[in-house]
Design a protein around this ligand. Structure first.
Ligand code: ATP
Ligand code: MG
Length: 641
């Protein structure tokens, strides 16, 4: 089955069931600052799920372009992409579980439609957790007491699947962590879901469904929005009950055509071929490329240098995924930059280029893949062709810029080595011992965009030991920060988003210190608000700042950034912190021990973090607004460029 056929079948099936076909919304959401990119078909429909009338009616179906940068670490496995298409159908108060489940089953298994083998399908339904920590463990029917929240087992869905002939060992009950959707924010519509899985392994999976076996691939999710979560964290039945479903086009196309991963489908195959042609390493090495990896097992066959070959496959897949995603973003006129959405785009392109280097792709190459991607999608997404020139120009320009950054990174590496050898300082000793510690290698990774493998190579070339554990530790710390900062948001986009927020957080400390330098010690923080696009800082001060003062503050901060100062964390008692001169404005909120963050000897604040490790990565600081909030309190809005 072709991708065009699959899209058309889905949409016409639901049209036949009384749905209206609606077009894909843009990847860049209109009038929505809560997410960076559209992450699901339901996303553009949120107002209608909340009760607003949709002009096309109360039964809708679409094929929606989606981006989930939150899945970036999973890209390269068999089934996760950053860009994918989601087929969906919605009942806005118009139908419920019976119709949704029966239609899903009919579409998947009826010979007239997809005709998938019933013996290879399994489903999961919601059942509450009955003990703390038993996340992901199937719970017996009805046993739950609703430990974390008082919602009963979704018996209705369970019985519907049974009535369709799905055997009981293929209807698994999973708790909130697996089978619950929403709300998107703190409050709002939410409810249980039922997910449909397909067995991609050998045979027809006589075993039971196992949520941890990656050969069981989730292809479709039917969400039943039947509760409203209130500000008091209670769950009330919703007046308008909605059905919200999402089926992954790439995954479904893969299983329909007996492909073990999405990269072997026609939505990727030509792109992969193109990348292999460009790669010096792979050109003469096409033998058994595809059979290296068998899904779910990581068993790699008949190859001497297993690890290296597996890495190559990953690299090719990552390049294919990232460039396609970048092309779709560029087709909506997004440009690479250092903030928000543009920053995500920049990271995707640069990550692809980095992996290109591992494959020994010598020259600028990302723009050479544009035609191949356009060919695949030209009839479906006309915006690609309409913006072809723009897409190619931007890719070429971004690769050039990245080359320059990499050169600078190389200088930084050499510089660190030389400086330390001369100074013989503390870290210099470590250097003499021939170790590149995690903290240093992580700066190369994060601020200069060096991939791990390139850092390793650099070390080898220079006879230095690469402290891999230290590097991994820094990575883990960083990922934890991303996760904390993103809690409560939609999945997707947030990892990158939170990285910017962390940068703005550190910049706020710089601003605070600079203001005290320029305006005097009467300046005290009165409030602060951060998002991925800007910082906002309120402080006590009696008058409007003059343009000279604003410029002075900007210059001081930019100078400090140029000095690439490290951010240091210490733990001490509040008493000690105050004595050491740390400023801390909400002292009553802190416990016995406090964390003190210092930036060189320029800034010292009591703060919970998180912060960047070295301010060199902040970019260029600029104040965009200075205004009064109330008598004696001023507000600054500022950005990093
Ligand atoms: P998974 O657990 O496999 O990551 P999910 O629970 O995140 O999936 P949903 O949010 O329910 O997935 O999205 C609905 C459907 O969209 C999934 O059933 C799947 O077919 C598809 N899908 C989700 N994430 C991706 C992705 N990163 N790449 C490709 N398809 C995806
Ligand atoms: Mg997911």
């Amino acid at each position: 089955m072709t991708h065009q056929e699959l899209r058309e079948k889905y949409l016409s099936f639901f049209e036949a069931k009384g749905h209206k076909r609606i077009p894909s919304a843009p990847l860049i959401p209109e009038n929505d600052a809560t997410v960076l990119f559209t992450t699901a078909g339901m996303h553009p429909l949120v107002p209608f799920l909340l009760g607003e009338k949709h002009p096309a009616g109360d039964k809708l179906t679409s094929c929606q372009k989606c981006v989930r940068t939150g899945d970036i670490e999973e890209v390269g496995d068999d089934m996760h992409l950053t860009f994918f298409e989601m087929l969906g159908n919605w009942g806005l108060g118009s139908y419920w579980k019976k119709e949704a489940i029966e239609w899903s089953w009919e579409f998947l298994t009826d010979k007239k439609w997809l005709g998938l083998d019933k013996n290879k399908l399994a489903v999961s339904v919601f059942a509450p957790t009955f003990a703390e920590g038993e996340v992901g463990v199937p719970t017996p029917a009805g046993v739950g007491t609703g430990h974390d929240f008082n919602i009963p087992f979704d018996e209705e869905s369970y019985n519907l699947w049974k009535s369709l002939g799905v055997s009981e060992k293929r209807i698994v009950k999973l708790p909130k962590a697996n089978n619950w959707w929403g709300p998107a924010g703190q409050t709002g519509p939410c409810g249980p879901d039922t997910e449909i899985f397909y067995w991609t392994g050998e045979g027809d999976a006589s075993k039971e469904f196992d949520a941890n076996d990656v050969r069981w691939v989730e292809i479709w999710n039917d969400v039943f929005m039947q509760y409203n979560k209130t500000a008091q964290a209670t769950y009330e039945p919703l007046e308008q009950k909605n059905v919200d479903t999402g089926m992954g086009l790439e995954r479904t196309l893969a299983v329909l055509n007996n492909k073990q991963n999405v990269y072997e489908t026609e939505l990727f195959e030509p792109i992969i071929e193109e990348i292999k042609k460009l790669s010096g390493k792979l050109q003469n090495n096409q033998d058994s490329f595809e059979q290296l990896y068998s899904p779910g097992t990581t068993v790699i066959k008949n190859i001497e240098n297993l690890k290296e070959k597996a890495e190559r496959i990953m690299s090719v897949r990552i390049i294919a995924d990232h460039i396609k995603t970048a092309i779709f973003m560029l087709a909506e006129k997004l440009e690479p930059s250092n903030v928000g959405r543009g920053y995500v785009l920049r990271r995707l392109i640069r990550r692809a280029v980095r992996y290109g280097k591992l494959l020994e792709i010598k020259e600028s190459f990302t723009h050479k893949i544009v035609n191949t991607v356009l060919d695949i999608y030209k009839d479906i997404y006309p915006e690609l062709k309409e913006n072809k020139d723009f897409i190619e120009e931007q890719l070429i320009r971004e690769e050039e810029k990245f080359e320059k950054t990499l050169e600078k990174g190389l200088e930084k590496f050499k510089d660190t080595v030389l400086r330390r050898e001369i100074k013989g300082d503390k870290i210099g000793k470590a250097w003499d011992q021939g170790i590149l510690y995690g903290k240093d290698s992580f700066i190369l990774y994060q601020s200069y965009g060096f991939p791990r493998e390139m850092i390793k190579e650099l070390c080898e070339e220079n006879g230095v030991k690469f402290d891999e554990d230290g590097f991994n530790e820094e990575m883990k710390k960083h990922q934890e920060l991303s996760r904390t900062a993103s809690a409560g948001m939609f999945k997707g986009g947030m990892a990158d988003n939170s990285e910017m927020v962390v940068k703005y957080h550190t910049t706020t400390h710089l601003l605070h210190a600079a203001l005290r330098k320029v305006l005097g010690q009467e300046v005290e923080q009165k409030g602060s608000n951060l998002n991925a696009e800007r910082l906002r800082f309120d402080f006590s001060y009696g008058q409007k700042m003059t343009p000279e003062q604003i410029k002075q503050v900007e210059d001081i901060i930019n100078e400090k950034i140029q000095e690439k100062l490290d951010v240091k964390i210490e733990e001490m008692s509040l008493e000690e912190a105050k004595k050491s001169g740390a400023i801390g404005l909400f002292a009553e909120k802190y416990g016995d021990k406090v964390k003190v963050y210092s930036i060189g000897d320029f800034s010292k604040e009591i703060c919970g973090g998180p912060h960047v490790e070295n301010i060199g990565i902040l970019g260029h600081f600029k104040i965009i607004k200075e205004e009064a909030v109330s008598a004696g309190v001023r507000r600054i809005k500022a950005i990093l460029e």
